[in-house]
Design a binder for this molecule. Structure first.
Ligand SMILES: *Cc1c(COP(=O)(O)O)cnc(C)c1O
Length: 411
């Protein structure tokens, strides 16, 4: 059975999410398969940021009160919480994913003080491992970062593990853990569970409450379309709020920041995990992205994402099977996030050649071509066109031009 361009056009016509595309700024002629790295720009982000700039210019410092800038990180956090199955008052926005990992891991270790092992995955996104290393070094209490492979994870959760720290959807392969099962195993062994949702929030259905997760963090600039370097988020289950102690005890986590007391007293609830003055302009852009996500149904998003992956894989098999691409993502859609990866010995120049033809995916060392599916603004016909361009690049060997072999700093 062959898939035609007309089939893809029919899928686009039947797509319940198709109108969301008009709510984004997208350069004409570009096929964007990298919204998992930096999401596209919502039109509303531009207008809302312009409004905040206006407020800043007009109202100066009174903006903190009259425009409620002062609790914007809590309001945006609450909205993100709705996308990840958090309860009321369990999520705040702010800081970077790396910083939030540090904060959440420190809090979790302090809540499980008799144990000394942080268990994670060898192929986790490196900053998560680096931050854990730095925290362990800083604590100086003999903690150990133990790394296991995904297939061995459940068995690796032994009864000396303090915290299991995993990224739900792997950034390279798209492989997705069974959140409920792993969390239950961690709890059965007396460990706390910390999930990184960088490639999950806004991409796949997540229900932290149902899973019983202890802590979670995630990224604002990927599927949430919050803009380059957007604030990240942090979730802590309510049952930990009273006992958890912020390692970064900044004045925005103080119970009375404007009392200017000489000593730290934590705020109640998730508010204590804030650190310093929230970035109002960036939070405003992030809110525009999150609002769009809340308007769409996550089940529609997931349905379309799975269909897009199915169509893309079928097109690669149909059009490019003789060119040496090896699928590097799990075959079972239930075990995948919203991306597909292929291994190829010439992965780097092939991706550069694709980008030169305005098909934007990305390359992850050593030889992975990564294609992300962002159902809010990506169509099926674009998938057809992307694979047709890939086929042309392979057939003509245009990927082998010297300019495509040069390395860039950001890949
Ligand atoms: C993208 C990503 C990050 C990014 O961290 P920053 O602090 O925003 O640079 C961290 N962890 C994972 C798993 C990611 O995918």
């Amino acid at each position: 059975l062959t898939l035609t361009r007309a089939d893809c056009e029919a899928l686009d016509r039947a797509d319940p999410l198709r109108l969301f595309r008009d709510r984004f700024v997208l350069p004409p002629g570009t096929i964007y398969l990298d919204g998992n790295s930096l999401g596209a720009m919502p039109i509303a982000a531009r207008t809302r940021v312009a409004e905040v700039m206006e407020q800043w210019g007009t109202d100066l410092i009174s903006g903190w009160n009259v425009h409620s800038w002062i609790d914007l990180h809590e309001r945006v956090g609450a909205k993100i919480g709705r996308l990840i199955g958090a309860g009321e008052g369990e999520t705040i926005a702010g800081d970077s994913t790396s910083i939030n990992l540090f904060k959440a891991l420190a809090a979790a270790l302090q809540l499980n003080p008799k144990r000394r092992v942080v268990l994670s995955e060898r192929d986790n996104f490196p900053t998560d491992l680096y931050m854990a290393e730095g925290l362990i070094r800083h604590l100086g209490q003999g903690h150990e970062l133990r790394l296991a492979a995904p297939d061995e994870m459940a068995d690796a959760i032994t009864d000396d593990v303090a915290v299991v720290m995993l990224t739900h959807v792997n950034y390279r392969t798209g492989r997705m853990y069974e959140m409920d099962a792993i969390t239950a195993t961690a709890h059965a062994k007396g460990a706390l569970m910390l999930w990184d949702l960088a490639h999950s929030a806004g991409a796949v259905p997540v229900d932290l409450s149902r899973a019983g997760a202890d802590f979670a963090i995630g990224c604002g600039y990927k599927f949430l379309n919050g803009g380059p370097g957007a604030p990240a988020f942090l979730y802590a289950a309510r049952r930990h709020h009273a006992a958890m102690q912020p390692v970064l005890s900044g004045w925005f986590g103080h119970c009375a920041p404007f009392a200017f007391e000489p000593s730290y007293r934590p705020a109640d609830g998730i508010a204590k995990m804030a650190v310093g003055t929230p970035p109002i302009i960036s939070l405003t852009a992030l809110e525009a992205g999150v609002d769009l996500m809340l308007e769409a149904s996550i089940d529609d998003l997931r349905g379309k994402s799975l269909k897009q992956a199915e169509v893309f894989a079928a097109l690669i098999a149909q059009e490019a099977s003789s060119f040496g691409f090896h699928a590097a993502s799990p075959g079972d859609p239930a075990q995948r996030g919203s991306q597909l990866c292929y291994e190829h010995e010439n992965g780097w120049p092939i991706m550069r050649a694709l980008i030169a033809r305005k098909v934007i995916g990305d390359f992850r060392s050593p030889g992975i071509l990564r294609f992300g599916f962002t159902p809010l603004y990506l169509g099926f016909t674009e998938l057809w066109d992307a694979v047709a361009i890939l086929r042309d690049i392979m057939t003509t060997r245009s990927w082998d031009k010297p300019e495509h072999h040069a390395r860039a700093r950001v890949t």
